[in-house]
Design a protein around this ligand. Sequence first.
Ligand SMILES: N[C@@H](CCC(=O)N[C@@H](CS)C(=O)NCC(=O)O)C(=O)O
Length: 283
Amino acid sequence: MSETYTPPKVWTWDKENGGKFASTNRPIAGATHEKVLPVGEHPLQLYSLATPNGVKVTVMLEELLAAGHKGAEYDAYLIRIGNGDQFGSGFVEINPNSKIPALLDRSTPTPTRVFESGAILLYLANKFGAFLPKDPHKHTEALNWLFWQMGSAPYLGGGFGHFYAYAPEKFEYPINRFAMETKRQMDVLDRHLADNQFMAGDEYSIADMAIWPWYGTLALGKIYDDSGTFLDVQSYKHVQRWTAEIAARPAVKRGRVVNRVSGPESEQLEERHSAADIDALGL
Ligand SMILES: N[C@@H](CCC(=O)N[C@@H](CS)C(=O)NCC(=O)O)C(=O)O
Protein backbone atom coordinates (compact mmCIF):
# COMPACT_ATOMS: atom_id res chain seq x y z
CA MET A 1 0.00 0.00 0.00
CA SER A 2 1.16 3.55 -0.71
CA GLU A 3 1.22 4.68 2.98
CA THR A 4 3.91 2.13 3.85
CA TYR A 5 5.94 2.35 0.66
CA THR A 6 9.52 3.56 1.01
CA PRO A 7 11.21 4.10 -2.36
CA PRO A 8 14.41 2.05 -2.71
CA LYS A 9 17.65 3.90 -3.45
CA VAL A 10 17.50 2.95 -7.12
CA TRP A 11 14.21 2.29 -8.96
CA THR A 12 13.85 -1.07 -10.69
CA TRP A 13 11.20 -2.25 -13.13
CA ASP A 14 8.46 -4.41 -11.55
CA LYS A 15 6.73 -5.80 -14.64
CA GLU A 16 3.72 -7.06 -12.69
CA ASN A 17 2.74 -3.80 -11.01
CA GLY A 18 1.57 -1.44 -13.75
CA GLY A 19 -2.22 -1.78 -13.61
CA LYS A 20 -4.22 -1.93 -16.82
CA PHE A 21 -1.32 -1.00 -19.11
CA ALA A 22 1.35 -3.18 -17.45
CA SER A 23 1.84 -5.20 -20.61
CA THR A 24 2.72 -2.19 -22.80
CA ASN A 25 4.39 0.25 -20.39
CA ARG A 26 8.19 0.04 -20.36
CA PRO A 27 10.96 2.26 -18.92
CA ILE A 28 12.86 2.16 -22.23
CA ALA A 29 12.21 3.55 -25.71
CA GLY A 30 12.80 2.03 -29.14
CA ALA A 31 11.34 -0.76 -31.24
CA THR A 32 10.59 -4.22 -29.84
CA HIS A 33 10.06 -5.87 -33.22
CA GLU A 34 10.53 -5.38 -36.97
CA LYS A 35 7.33 -4.27 -38.70
CA VAL A 36 7.00 -2.34 -41.95
CA LEU A 37 3.98 -0.01 -41.93
CA PRO A 38 1.36 -0.36 -44.68
CA VAL A 39 1.11 2.54 -47.16
CA GLY A 40 -1.99 3.52 -49.13
CA GLU A 41 -2.52 5.68 -52.19
CA HIS A 42 -3.22 9.07 -50.61
CA PRO A 43 -0.74 11.89 -49.85
CA LEU A 44 -1.33 11.61 -46.09
CA GLN A 45 -0.79 8.39 -44.18
CA LEU A 46 -2.13 8.31 -40.64
CA TYR A 47 -1.26 5.61 -38.09
CA SER A 48 -3.62 5.97 -35.16
CA LEU A 49 -6.40 4.80 -32.86
CA ALA A 50 -9.61 6.66 -31.90
CA THR A 51 -8.49 7.78 -28.44
CA PRO A 52 -8.96 11.51 -27.74
CA ASN A 53 -5.45 12.19 -29.10
CA GLY A 54 -6.20 10.23 -32.25
CA VAL A 55 -9.64 11.79 -32.79
CA LYS A 56 -8.16 15.31 -32.88
CA VAL A 57 -6.39 14.49 -36.13
CA THR A 58 -9.18 12.58 -37.90
CA VAL A 59 -11.59 15.42 -37.06
CA MET A 60 -9.11 17.92 -38.58
CA LEU A 61 -8.71 15.80 -41.73
CA GLU A 62 -12.49 15.45 -42.12
CA GLU A 63 -12.94 19.20 -41.54
CA LEU A 64 -10.34 19.94 -44.23
CA LEU A 65 -12.05 17.58 -46.69
CA ALA A 66 -15.46 19.08 -45.86
CA ALA A 67 -13.99 22.53 -46.59
CA GLY A 68 -12.86 21.35 -50.04
CA HIS A 69 -9.13 20.69 -49.44
CA LYS A 70 -8.71 17.64 -51.68
CA GLY A 71 -5.02 17.33 -50.74
CA ALA A 72 -6.16 16.24 -47.29
CA GLU A 73 -7.23 12.80 -48.57
CA TYR A 74 -5.78 10.21 -46.24
CA ASP A 75 -5.36 6.56 -45.43
CA ALA A 76 -5.87 5.83 -41.73
CA TYR A 77 -4.29 2.62 -40.47
CA LEU A 78 -5.08 1.14 -37.08
CA ILE A 79 -2.41 0.96 -34.39
CA ARG A 80 -3.55 -1.32 -31.57
CA ILE A 81 -1.63 0.11 -28.64
CA GLY A 82 -2.87 -2.68 -26.36
CA ASN A 83 -1.05 -5.13 -28.64
CA GLY A 84 2.16 -3.07 -28.75
CA ASP A 85 1.89 -1.99 -32.42
CA GLN A 86 3.43 1.37 -31.41
CA PHE A 87 6.71 -0.45 -30.76
CA GLY A 88 7.03 -1.84 -34.31
CA SER A 89 10.14 -0.56 -36.16
CA GLY A 90 8.16 1.24 -38.90
CA PHE A 91 6.03 3.12 -36.36
CA VAL A 92 9.06 4.08 -34.25
CA GLU A 93 10.69 5.56 -37.37
CA ILE A 94 7.74 7.95 -37.66
CA ASN A 95 7.35 8.54 -33.93
CA PRO A 96 10.36 7.74 -31.72
CA ASN A 97 8.05 8.38 -28.74
CA SER A 98 5.88 5.32 -29.65
CA LYS A 99 2.49 7.03 -29.20
CA ILE A 100 -0.41 7.50 -31.56
CA PRO A 101 -1.22 9.58 -33.56
CA ALA A 102 1.61 9.66 -36.14
CA LEU A 103 1.38 11.12 -39.64
CA LEU A 104 3.49 10.72 -42.76
CA ASP A 105 3.07 13.34 -45.48
CA ARG A 106 4.20 11.76 -48.76
CA SER A 107 3.34 14.83 -50.86
CA THR A 108 6.54 16.67 -49.83
CA PRO A 109 9.81 16.20 -51.84
CA THR A 110 10.94 13.75 -49.19
CA PRO A 111 8.30 12.30 -46.85
CA THR A 112 7.67 14.44 -43.76
CA ARG A 113 7.02 12.67 -40.47
CA VAL A 114 4.85 14.46 -37.92
CA PHE A 115 4.24 13.28 -34.37
CA GLU A 116 2.54 14.81 -31.29
CA SER A 117 -1.12 15.58 -31.98
CA GLY A 118 -0.63 19.33 -31.43
CA ALA A 119 2.22 19.41 -33.96
CA ILE A 120 0.07 17.45 -36.44
CA LEU A 121 -2.84 19.90 -36.09
CA LEU A 122 -0.48 22.85 -36.56
CA TYR A 123 1.25 21.18 -39.53
CA LEU A 124 -2.07 20.57 -41.29
CA ALA A 125 -3.40 24.05 -40.46
CA ASN A 126 -0.26 25.62 -41.99
CA LYS A 127 -0.17 23.27 -44.97
CA PHE A 128 -3.76 24.04 -45.99
CA GLY A 129 -4.07 27.57 -44.56
CA ALA A 130 -7.17 26.53 -42.64
CA PHE A 131 -8.65 26.44 -39.11
CA LEU A 132 -6.01 28.78 -37.69
CA PRO A 133 -7.20 32.41 -37.66
CA LYS A 134 -5.20 34.86 -39.79
CA ASP A 135 -5.83 37.85 -37.51
CA PRO A 136 -2.70 38.00 -35.28
CA HIS A 137 -4.64 38.36 -32.02
CA LYS A 138 -6.99 35.44 -32.76
CA HIS A 139 -4.10 33.39 -34.19
CA THR A 140 -2.18 33.73 -30.93
CA GLU A 141 -5.30 32.97 -28.92
CA ALA A 142 -5.77 29.71 -30.89
CA LEU A 143 -2.15 28.74 -30.17
CA ASN A 144 -2.56 29.64 -26.48
CA TRP A 145 -5.41 27.18 -26.17
CA LEU A 146 -3.81 24.52 -28.36
CA PHE A 147 -0.75 24.47 -26.10
CA TRP A 148 -2.98 24.71 -23.01
CA GLN A 149 -4.56 21.44 -24.09
CA MET A 150 -1.22 19.72 -24.68
CA GLY A 151 -0.05 20.66 -21.19
CA SER A 152 -3.35 20.11 -19.36
CA ALA A 153 -4.76 16.84 -20.69
CA PRO A 154 -2.04 14.64 -19.15
CA TYR A 155 -3.47 15.63 -15.73
CA LEU A 156 -6.94 14.61 -16.92
CA GLY A 157 -5.88 11.39 -18.67
CA GLY A 158 -2.64 10.25 -17.05
CA GLY A 159 -3.63 11.66 -13.67
CA PHE A 160 -7.37 11.61 -13.00
CA GLY A 161 -8.39 8.97 -15.56
CA HIS A 162 -5.59 6.63 -14.63
CA PHE A 163 -6.23 6.67 -10.88
CA TYR A 164 -10.06 6.86 -11.08
CA ALA A 165 -10.57 4.15 -13.71
CA TYR A 166 -7.42 2.13 -14.40
CA ALA A 167 -5.13 1.82 -11.35
CA PRO A 168 -5.24 -1.61 -9.69
CA GLU A 169 -6.70 -0.04 -6.49
CA LYS A 170 -8.63 3.17 -5.66
CA PHE A 171 -6.10 5.40 -3.91
CA GLU A 172 -7.72 8.45 -2.28
CA TYR A 173 -4.74 10.81 -2.45
CA PRO A 174 -4.14 10.80 -6.24
CA ILE A 175 -7.89 10.66 -7.04
CA ASN A 176 -8.43 13.77 -4.88
CA ARG A 177 -5.45 15.57 -6.33
CA PHE A 178 -6.32 14.95 -9.96
CA ALA A 179 -10.11 15.37 -9.52
CA MET A 180 -9.37 18.82 -8.08
CA GLU A 181 -7.09 19.69 -11.02
CA THR A 182 -9.55 18.35 -13.60
CA LYS A 183 -12.40 20.39 -12.10
CA ARG A 184 -10.16 23.46 -12.07
CA GLN A 185 -9.42 22.92 -15.77
CA MET A 186 -13.14 22.51 -16.55
CA ASP A 187 -13.77 25.80 -14.75
CA VAL A 188 -11.02 27.49 -16.81
CA LEU A 189 -12.83 26.36 -19.96
CA ASP A 190 -16.27 27.23 -18.60
CA ARG A 191 -15.31 30.82 -17.78
CA HIS A 192 -13.66 31.29 -21.18
CA LEU A 193 -16.58 29.78 -23.08
CA ALA A 194 -19.03 32.02 -21.20
CA ASP A 195 -17.69 34.93 -23.29
CA ASN A 196 -16.51 33.14 -26.43
CA GLN A 197 -18.34 30.93 -28.91
CA PHE A 198 -15.14 28.97 -29.64
CA MET A 199 -11.75 28.72 -27.95
CA ALA A 200 -10.16 31.39 -30.19
CA GLY A 201 -13.23 33.64 -30.15
CA ASP A 202 -15.71 33.61 -33.01
CA GLU A 203 -13.70 31.27 -35.28
CA TYR A 204 -13.72 27.49 -34.96
CA SER A 205 -10.07 26.39 -34.98
CA ILE A 206 -7.55 23.65 -34.23
CA ALA A 207 -7.79 24.72 -30.57
CA ASP A 208 -11.40 23.43 -30.45
CA MET A 209 -10.34 20.27 -32.30
CA ALA A 210 -7.62 19.63 -29.72
CA ILE A 211 -9.74 20.34 -26.64
CA TRP A 212 -13.09 18.80 -27.60
CA PRO A 213 -12.01 15.11 -27.79
CA TRP A 214 -10.77 15.32 -24.18
CA TYR A 215 -12.94 17.83 -22.36
CA GLY A 216 -16.02 17.47 -24.58
CA THR A 217 -15.97 13.71 -24.10
CA LEU A 218 -15.63 14.26 -20.37
CA ALA A 219 -18.54 16.73 -20.46
CA LEU A 220 -20.65 14.13 -22.29
CA GLY A 221 -19.87 11.59 -19.53
CA LYS A 222 -18.35 9.23 -22.09
CA ILE A 223 -14.96 8.63 -20.53
CA TYR A 224 -13.59 6.99 -17.35
CA ASP A 225 -16.57 5.01 -16.00
CA ASP A 226 -18.96 7.26 -14.06
CA SER A 227 -16.59 10.24 -13.97
CA GLY A 228 -19.31 12.53 -15.36
CA THR A 229 -21.29 12.15 -12.15
CA PHE A 230 -18.21 12.13 -9.93
CA LEU A 231 -16.98 15.46 -11.35
CA ASP A 232 -20.49 16.92 -11.79
CA VAL A 233 -19.78 17.81 -15.41
CA GLN A 234 -23.34 19.07 -15.98
CA SER A 235 -22.54 22.09 -13.80
CA TYR A 236 -20.17 23.46 -16.48
CA LYS A 237 -22.95 25.02 -18.54
CA HIS A 238 -20.80 26.85 -21.08
CA VAL A 239 -18.63 23.79 -21.67
CA GLN A 240 -21.87 21.85 -22.21
CA ARG A 241 -23.11 24.40 -24.79
CA TRP A 242 -19.77 24.32 -26.69
CA THR A 243 -19.53 20.51 -26.49
CA ALA A 244 -22.98 20.06 -28.05
CA GLU A 245 -22.27 22.62 -30.78
CA ILE A 246 -19.06 20.87 -31.84
CA ALA A 247 -20.53 17.37 -31.54
CA ALA A 248 -23.18 18.38 -34.09
CA ARG A 249 -20.61 19.20 -36.83
CA PRO A 250 -20.72 16.58 -39.62
CA ALA A 251 -16.91 16.39 -39.84
CA VAL A 252 -16.69 15.72 -36.09
CA LYS A 253 -19.24 12.90 -36.41
CA ARG A 254 -17.15 11.44 -39.24
CA GLY A 255 -13.71 11.95 -37.70
CA ARG A 256 -14.54 10.38 -34.34
CA VAL A 257 -15.34 6.96 -35.83
CA VAL A 258 -12.08 6.53 -37.76
CA ASN A 259 -9.75 3.89 -36.26
CA ARG A 260 -12.40 3.17 -33.60
CA VAL A 261 -12.52 -0.44 -32.46
CA SER A 262 -14.62 -0.14 -29.30
CA GLY A 263 -18.08 1.13 -28.34
CA PRO A 264 -21.23 0.75 -30.49
CA GLU A 265 -20.52 -1.17 -33.70
CA SER A 266 -22.32 1.48 -35.77
CA GLU A 267 -19.56 3.93 -34.74
CA GLN A 268 -16.58 1.71 -35.51
CA LEU A 269 -14.35 2.01 -38.57
CA GLU A 270 -11.10 0.11 -38.24
CA GLU A 271 -9.39 1.73 -41.25
CA ARG A 272 -10.31 4.61 -43.54
CA HIS A 273 -9.15 4.78 -47.17
CA SER A 274 -11.91 6.84 -48.78
CA ALA A 275 -14.93 8.95 -47.86
CA ALA A 276 -17.10 6.00 -48.84
CA ASP A 277 -15.73 3.97 -45.92
CA ILE A 278 -17.30 6.48 -43.50
CA ASP A 279 -20.43 7.02 -45.65
CA ALA A 280 -21.14 3.28 -45.38
CA LEU A 281 -21.74 3.65 -41.64
CA GLY A 282 -24.72 5.94 -42.37
CA LEU A 283 -23.92 8.24 -39.45
N1 LIG B 1 1.32 14.08 -26.30
C1 LIG B 1 0.97 13.01 -27.20
C2 LIG B 1 0.28 11.93 -26.43
C3 LIG B 1 -0.04 10.74 -27.27
C4 LIG B 1 -0.49 9.56 -26.43
O1 LIG B 1 -0.38 9.57 -25.20
N2 LIG B 1 -1.00 8.50 -27.09
C5 LIG B 1 -1.43 7.33 -26.39
C6 LIG B 1 -2.86 6.98 -26.75
S1 LIG B 1 -3.95 8.31 -26.38
C7 LIG B 1 -0.56 6.15 -26.81
O2 LIG B 1 -0.24 5.99 -27.96
N3 LIG B 1 -0.19 5.30 -25.85
C8 LIG B 1 0.58 4.13 -26.12
C9 LIG B 1 1.68 3.93 -25.11
O3 LIG B 1 1.80 4.75 -24.20
O4 LIG B 1 2.41 2.96 -25.24
C10 LIG B 1 0.08 13.55 -28.32
O5 LIG B 1 -0.70 14.45 -28.05
O6 LIG B 1 0.19 13.06 -29.46
